[in-house]
Design a protein around this ligand. Structure first.
Ligand SMILES: NC(=O)c1ccc[n+]([C@@H]2O[C@H](COP(=O)([O-])OP(=O)(O)OC[C@H]3O[C@@H](n4cnc5c(N)ncnc54)[C@H](O)[C@@H]3O)[C@@H](O)[C@H]2O)c1
Ligand SMILES: O=C(O)C1=N[C@H](C(=O)O)CCC1
Length: 248
């Protein structure tokens, strides 16, 4: 398969390395910030992988959708724009997969956190909070992965109703608020933890990325899956759609 990479920074370069080390894929085109991106930029590609920044992704999206080349989006920070993006994909009759985290290990971690959050739901004595750590070059916070984890927790635990990433300066956190804390530290690739506390227990569920290859490899696999889906079922997909097929 032929991949066009939009964004050739830390992740774009990792993705290129994964593709070039495989015997079934090739990098067709690399488009970074200086590129003048048109529909023709994607001619001949089987799939686009976008690892840029929020504003760039949103600006390039109409052109990428018009190209009718399936788009894998790893860029985070645009959760608030999700409804608009979903509508653009539907109107264009295109295919897009978004995941805040393409790492298989992280997605196993997320589903583990969701199950723990579900099990403590009926028991008021258990509280839960979440934190993430990433490198100091990360432009958005909290991480898209942390926001995804928080959404999964709120979905299954009715005692948590709102997600807060900034604590108020002069009042206590409410019991129905799920705190998501973020630390920017050195060159941390990505560390996510769920903390569960009761009078008798401390439970910590954590994932630490040891490099960026887990993210990049997952994005390339997602690209192959999306390109096949696009033929008969174009649409908006997430990593859950891909994993539900894999996990069964
Ligand atoms: N989904 C995942 O698994 C995953 C994993 C890691 C990072 N991310 C996300 O991916 C994004 C990129 O992360 P990164 O560490 O590679 O960042 P980075 O800053 O190293 O790379 C971003 C690249 O985008 C380029 N860019 C900026 N504007 C552009 C434009 N208009 N057109 C084309 N390219 C443009 C920059 O020049 C840079 O090379 C971030 O949003 C990050 O949160 C997602
Ligand atoms: O390095 C980053 O930036 C990462 N961003 C994603 C996020 O925002 O969750 C995935 C983890 C690494």
């Amino acid at each position: 398969m032929k991949y066009t990479l939009v964004g050739y920074g830390k992740m774009g370069q990792q993705v290129a390395g994964i593709i070039e080390s495989s015997d079934e894929h090739e990098v067709h085109t690399v488009l970074d910030v200086d590129a003048v991106i048109t529909e023709e930029s994607f001619a001949g590609s089987d799939v686009i992988i976008d690892f840029t920044v929020r504003d760039a992704f949103l600006a390039n999206l109409p052109i990428m959708l018009a190209s009718k080349v399936p788009v894998v989006v790893g860029t985070t920070g645009w959760d608030a724009d999700m409804p608009m993006v979903r509508q653009q994909v539907a109107v264009a009759g295109a295919s897009l997969m978004y995941s805040a985290n393409f790492s298989l290990g992280v997605n196993i971690f997320l589903r583990t956190v969701r199950e723990a959050a579900r099990m403590i739901g009926p028991f008021d004595e258990f509280d839960i909070a979440f934190s993430e750590q990433h490198h100091t070059a990360k432009a958005d916070f909290p991480s898209g992965t942390a926001l995804k984890a928080a959404e999964m927790i709120v979905e299954v635990n009715s005692r948590k109703k709102t997600i807060v990433s900034q604590l108020p300066t002069e009042k206590m956190i409410n019991p129905d608020e799920l705190q998501v804390a973020a630390i920017r530290l050195g060159s941390v690739f990505g560390q996510h933890s769920a903390y569960i506390n009761s009078e008798f227990d401390d439970i910590v569920i954590s994932h630490t990325a040891r490099n960026r290859r887990g993210f990049a490899g997952g994005a390339v696999q997602a690209g192959k899956w999306l390109a096949e889906k696009h033929v008969s079922q174009p649409g908006f997909y997430t990593m859950d759609d891909f994993l539900d097929e894999v996990f069964g």
